[in-house]
Ligand binder design. Structure first.
Ligand code: MG
Length: 385
């Protein structure tokens, strides 16, 4: 599966948009009360992609600030802007990049998911729509001929690539190019065509804004009916026994005791796994991994969490957020909470900003207060795609 946590979205927003007229470049103009680029970024966040890099002109940093996106300085051409973003990412290379026009604010989750899915079997993929209108040659205001439209497509974005392959392609192609697909093809990469969407328009002419506003209004009307948001909770307890450490949320902490259980007894991961099963109304860990089955004895709890996560994906949901609270007097969780968040996010294939791990004591009351065991509660929020 192409992981959203391993994918960076590059929003190309450095152009000056001269065809639109007016002082403000089109990616910064207002659409339904917000800058166009804010809609564009939101389209990717809705699809579960949080790692977004904007390519802008330095004088636009004030316009970008409210969007909270990291940025790099673009070049004089689109090719130079994409090149700048790709080189910027070389220090901490992602597995995949999606390159998208900043002035294309209505990319739908299915269009984005189609590109991501195609990248499982290809180094490059991009959405497009077949040409259905007749194509004419014009001379002096008259039709001078027709051109065959068979096999012709109108290219859209996001265009998706295996990052190392595209970086190498750009480095081998110093000159200008029509788009990223042209650079990729010049380097010999095959580009899979995925399904585009008529609504995924690029704002080019003033009338495009009116059309985009109408599409947004229609989507808002539909959203209340189709958005499927589910919250599940999970609770788990494991008792202390002899040992030299505890597994909590995928991290082993040294301790003067260990948690007992059939698996590695990772109480936090069990609670979160049950929360995901709960959101799906799919029972609990015990139903999917019966403790009576010797296959799961001593197994790593990441197997359970991964199973729940894949089940959510298969059912058409993505994890929007997870929150785990560990309840214990010792060991101290705070210093390790970020490592735990990173471990869970990696197993779930989501950005770490979607995962919370925190802890509380029970004021020395009850079984956790007497240090007889550790309890955990978790909440998972799933959003239908
Ligand atoms: Mg358990």
């Amino acid at each position: 599966m192409v992981s959203s946590a391993d994918t960076v979205v590059i929003l190309v927003a450095a152009g000056r948009g001269t065809r639109m007229g007016g002082e403000t470049a089109k990616q910064w103009r207002t659409l339904a009360g917000e800058p166009v680029l804010a809609h564009t970024a939101a389209a990717f966040r809705r699809a579960g992609l949080d790692r977004i890099l904007a390519v802008i002109q330095p004088e636009d940093t004030g316009l970008l600030a409210p969007l909270g996106l990291p940025w790099v300085t673009g070049g004089a051409t689109r090719t130079e802007s994409v090149r700048a973003a790709l080189e910027y990412l070389a220090g901490d290379p992602p597995a995949y990049v999606l390159i998208h026009d900043g002035a294309r604010p209505l990319a739908s989750p299915p269009v984005i998911a189609g590109v991501m899915a195609a990248l499982e079997n290809a180094q490059a993929a991009a959405p497009a729509l077949p040409v259905t209108d007749a194509l004419w040659q014009e001379r002096d205001g008259r039709v001078a001929g027709t051109a065959p439209r068979d096999g012709l497509y109108r290219a859209q974005t996001p265009q998706g690539f295996a990052y190392p392959a595209l970086l190498a392609a750009y480095r081998a192609h110093p000159g200008p190019a029509d788009d990223d697909v042209a650079v990729a093809r010049a380097a010999g990469l095959d580009v899979t065509i995925t399904e585009g969407d008529e609504d995924n328009l690029k704002l080019t002419w003033p009338a495009d804004f009116a059309r985009a506003e109408a599409i947004l209004a229609r989507r808002r009307d539909q959203e209340g009916a189709i958005l499927d948001i589910r919250t599940g909770n999970g609770f788990d307890v494991h008792r202390f026994g002899p040992g030299d450490g505890v597994w909590l949320c995928g991290v082993k902490l040294s301790h003067d005791r260990a948690l007992q259980g059939h698996s590695d007894a990772d109480v936090g991961m069990h609670a979160l796994t049950d929360a995901i099963y709960g959101a799906l109304a799919e029972g609990d860990i015990g139903r999917h991994f019966p403790p009576s089955d010797p296959r799961w004895k001593g197994s790593e709890s990441r197997i359970f969490l991964r199973h729940a996560s894949k089940l959510a994906t298969a059912r058409g949901f993505r994890l929007s957020h997870a929150d785990v609270t560990l309840i214990c007097e010792r060991p101290k969780i705070g210093p390790h909470a970020d490592a735990m968040r990173a471990a869970l996010a990696s197993i779930l294939g989501v950005e770490v900003g979607r995962v919370s791990v925190k802890a509380t004591t029970s004021e020395r009351l009850g079984f956790t207060g007497r240090e007889e065991g550790i309890a955990a509660i978790a909440t998972a929020t799933l959003v239908g795609r």
